[in-house]
Design a protein around this ligand. Structure first.
Ligand code: SF4
Ligand code: SF4
Length: 439
């Protein structure tokens, strides 16, 4: 067998890894089939792979490792649908996809060896799809003797950058929804906990939009320096995630005019009015869906008649802030209000406040009843306590039926009417005299 350490020719390198020319061409055919390409693309694939075989001197494509975390593989599926450039161009002309559990035709030892050599050589980008799982002592997602978390930490430590694709990779996504038994989280948070400071580029979405992923890949490949990609506070590309869906929505005019859909199947829906009352999260969700659209720019959620359900909302610092937990129940017009960890919607809050007020009124009523303040009013004291204790500064007149106080006698009423500012001690004396010395 050829010694890999001394060879630079691609086929010799492959041969040194135990890959025959025949199995290599089978691999190319497999890639073509996976990418939905015709058999005519196989020579191009072979050519590109020859150029990018790690260890060969002729290839200069940017190496990429794509690791699958806890996911439905939807982001890979989404990426495979891209058409400008198509996935073959991406995989063959833009990057050297050296490892992908889903897209690689090779399997087993040879593909794991390709990953190991790529990590050894350095200067590559790691694409991570899916959530990171901390439960079960990190033993989930074990491949080739490494747990999923070990594989991520190992590959991320030497990468130029990590692209966390899809909302699951950004903060756990739906995997992290309450009660989150698998302790799912995003790549950025996991790497921070592990003390790995490789820059992370977050591209949320469920699944990721292939055009966005492509844009970032091209940026990274063209710039050769991932740190030049302009990111926002969530480490998302600013060009893609700094505007809300609502900012660019074609139904925005209806929103401004107060023209809303309140019920699916209604005339308002047929007129294409704004979907906010039936749960649209466009005002809260930052993404470029109305501009880039989906399915090769054919349409997108709101254009297809569905409210945006906020699948691009993903706070990389908080798995509990995943888009499923935040936005369910879908088709509910109110967004959660939040105070710290607590999340609630205005309607339940209104009901709780109404209940508290009603209970307070009932308690108040019982209190009134118990103190005898019902049916004709409370038995006011004959003279105010304060006035009695501070006669020189008294403020009561005691004959005034409005301010209360007993009308002790016609004479006293007459006297207080004529002397409204009579000192309290005089009134106290008068009262006590009237009451026969009773205090
Ligand atoms: S449909 Fe949604 S995103 Fe569009 S204007 Fe209405 S609320 Fe905004
Ligand atoms: S419009 Fe909303 S729900 Fe649809 S893909 Fe974009 S962020 Fe996700």
């Amino acid at each position: 067998m050829v010694d890999q350490a001394t060879t630079t020719d691609a086929f010799s390198v492959l041969e040194s890894r135990g890959v025959s020319r025949r199995s290599f061409m089978k691999l190319c055919a497999g890639i073509a089939a996976t990418a939905g390409l015709s058999q005519l693309a196989i020579p191009r694939i072979a050519e590109a792979l020859e150029q990018s075989v790690i260890g060969a001197t002729s290839g200069d494509l940017y190496p990429v490792i794509w690791i699958e975390g806890a996911s439905c593989t939807g982001c890979t599926e989404s990426f495979a649908q891209i058409d400008t450039p198509d996935v073959a161009t991406v995989v063959l002309d833009v990057i050297s996809l050296n490892y992908s559990e889903t897209l690689s035709a090779a399997a087993g030892w040879s593909v794991e060896e390709a990953k190991a050599q790529t990590i050894e050589a350095g200067n590559y980008v790691l694409v991570y799809e899916g959530a990171v799982l901390e439960a079960w002592n990190g033993n989930a997602l074990r491949v080739a003797g490494e747990t999923g978390n070990e594989a991520l930490a190992h590959a991320a430590a030497s990468a130029n950058a990590v692209m966390a694709v899809g909302s699951c990779a950004v903060n756990g996504g739906w995997c992290a929804a309450y009660p989150n038994p698998s302790k799912a989280m995003g790549v950025q948070m996991f790497l921070e906990k592990e003390g790995i400071d490789t820059p992370v580029i977050n591209i949320p979405g469920c699944p990721v939009n292939p055009e966005w992923m492509m844009q970032v890949l091209v940026d990274v490949v063209m710039l050769k320096d991932p740190s030049l990609v302009k990111l926002n506070d969530f480490n998302e590309p600013s060009s893609l995630f700094d505007q809300t869906i609502h900012d660019n929505c074609p139904r925005r005019g209806h929103f401004e005019n107060g023209e809303f859909v309140y019920e699916f199947g209604s005339e308002e829906e047929a007129l294409g009015y704004c979907l906010y009352p039936v749960g649209c999260r466009g005002p809260q969700t930052k993404a470029m869906c109305p501009i880039t659209r989906w399915n090769n720019r054919r349409s997108w959620c709101v254009e297809a008649g569905s409210p945006c359900i906020g699948c691009c909302e993903a706070n990389p610092n908080d798995p509990g802030d995943n888009w499923v937990q935040v936005n369910t129940p879908f088709y509910n017009r109110f967004r959660d209000l939040r105070i710290g960890e607590f999340k609630f919607q205005p309607e339940p809050v209104a009901w709780v406040l109404t209940g508290i007020v009603a209970a307070a009124l009932v308690v108040h009523g019982f209190g009134m009843k118990k103190t005898g303040r019902m049916d004709g009013g409370a038995p006011f004291e004959p003279i105010r306590k304060w006035d009695k204790e501070h006669p020189e500064r008294s403020i009561g007149t005691y004959a005034d039926p409005v301010t209360g106080g007993p009308v002790i006698s016609e004479e006293l009423t007459e006297e207080n009417t004529h002397h409204p500012s009579a000192p309290a001690d005089v009134m106290v004396a008068n009262y006590e005299q009237e009451a026969g010395g009773e205090k």
